[in-house]
Design a protein around this ligand. Structure first.
Ligand code: HEC
Ligand code: HEC
Ligand code: HEC
Ligand code: HEC
Ligand code: HEC
Length: 257
């Protein structure tokens, strides 16, 4: 009796093993990529060319985020400031600081190391190109920087505070009342719902919507809020959501276009 199976079949077990190996390593690589992008990116804190301290500038000195991130309300993209923005002050302040050498190289023509080249800040927050995100839409709907970036005004060195995964976006999109606040408080990262004055909040909302304060309070009572005592995030968020008609999208094509 001849050999029933052709000769190459002797190699089959080896091939299966090899294919299984490829699948396994491919999967591991995919999981690793997913893991670093989705989870380990939390806390990502690269070295920067200048040790720029947000807790000093935005915290102690009380500078508004928009002084430097000037496009955040107007554009889909939040810019990192150019060297001129720093030079507005640092052509006068701490001019001889070691830490500011890259700034002088960019701006100070009388400096021996002058190159005129921009400061190359390392990007910290980055979504995949396949996900669409727009800053101005969020900021102009009363979503604070703190909801997505944490307490930047207390960070000496910025780190990524939230996972920025799809599930994270959707958690808020399903329940935006947990995040909405009056527009003039969006860059005040220390704002607290509980410390907001009840009568001024309702007076401002009445002015904005053209409704009466009594009717707005009735609306809150119908939703189970006590309209006396301290305000809560839930009451503020639920009122703003209704007044502004906020409906964040959950359909795939809104974020993957
Ligand atoms: C004086 C200018 C200045 C001010 C004011 C300022 N920033 Fe920044 N910000 C920078 C610079 C420069 C960088 C890039 C270097 C770094 O990461 O620290 C940066 C980086 C960031 C990043 C990370 C960017 C990335 O690469 O992902 C976030 C988020 C951020 N700032 C948020 C804020 C918020 C929120 C405020 C207000 C509380 C604020 N900044 C105020 C200058 C400023
Ligand atoms: C509104 C004015 C202002 C602007 C704009 C500004 N700074 Fe400052 N910066 C200060 C002040 C004030 C100090 C504290 C100086 C001191 O400690 O005496 C400081 C301190 C610093 C220090 C510490 C220097 C040292 O040797 O201790 C660094 C680094 C720095 N700033 C970087 C930057 C960068 C980078 C930018 C632009 C993204 C920037 N600053 C924009 C006002 C400013
Ligand atoms: C709803 C969430 C959300 C809010 C609110 C938000 N950001 Fe962001 N921010 C992001 C995401 C997501 C990215 C990454 C975007 C990307 O990769 O396209 C980012 C990136 C940035 C960057 C980096 C841009 C760059 O060029 O590298 C800066 C700076 C920044 N945000 C500042 C701010 C400031 C200041 C505010 C408040 C005025 C703010 N953000 C509010 C989610 C948010
Ligand atoms: C803390 C709350 C919050 C988080 C986190 C958040 N969003 Fe939103 N998003 C909103 C709100 C509020 C709106 C405004 C909806 C409206 O005006 O009806 C919105 C609107 C949008 C829109 C529709 C407007 C437009 O730009 O076309 C897109 C797309 C969007 N978000 C994408 C994202 C993505 C992507 C992420 C995660 C990286 C994200 N959002 C995270 C609250 C949030
Ligand atoms: C609110 C915005 C938003 C909506 C709505 C949304 N996505 Fe995503 N999606 C994201 C973001 C943000 C990421 C992660 C991007 C990153 O990791 O940089 C993502 C990642 C993904 C990925 C890559 C794997 C993963 O989980 O990271 C797939 C696949 C995906 N989305 C499919 C979908 C489908 C299908 C739908 C509709 C059912 C959908 N998305 C709706 C924002 C959204």
């Amino acid at each position: 009796m001849g050999n029933f199976f052709p000769r190459w079949t002797n190699l089959v077990p080896l091939k299966i093993l090899f294919a299984a190996f490829l699948v396994a390593t491919g999967l591991a690589a995919a999981v690793a990529t997913y893991w670093t992008k989705g989870y380990s990116a939390v806390g990502y804190q690269p070295d920067q060319p200048i040790p720029f301290d947000h807790s000093l500038h935005a915290g102690q000195l009380g500078m508004d985020c928009r002084y430097c991130h000037s496009h955040v309300e107007r554009s889909s993209h939040a810019n990192v400031p150019n060297a001129q923005t720093c030079w507005n002050c640092h052509s006068q302040i701490k001019t001889n600081s070691e830490k500011l050498v890259p700034l002088r190289a960019a701006m100070d023509e009388s400096f021996a190391g002058y190159t005129g080249k921009p400061i190359e800040w390392v990007k910290i927050h980055k979504l995949g190109d396949y996900a669409y995100f727009n800053h101005s839409v969020h900021v102009n709907r009363g979503v604070s920087c703190v909801s997505c970036h944490g307490k930047i005004n207390e960070m000496k060195v910025v780190w990524q505070d939230k996972s920025q995964t799809m599930g994270w976006c959707l958690d808020c999109h399903r329940n935006p009342a947990t995040a909405l606040r009056p527009l003039d408080q969006v860059t005040n990262l220390d704002w607290k719902a509980e410390e907001t004055d009840r009568s001024s909040f309702y007076a401002a909302l009445a002015h904005q919507t053209g409704l009466k304060v009594e009717d707005l309070e009735k609306r809150a009572q119908q939703r189970g809020f006590e309209t006396t005592g301290a305000l809560t995030q839930k009451e503020i968020g639920s009122q703003l959501k209704e007044a502004w008609g906020v409906h964040p999208p959950e359909s795939c094509s809104a974020c993957h276009r």
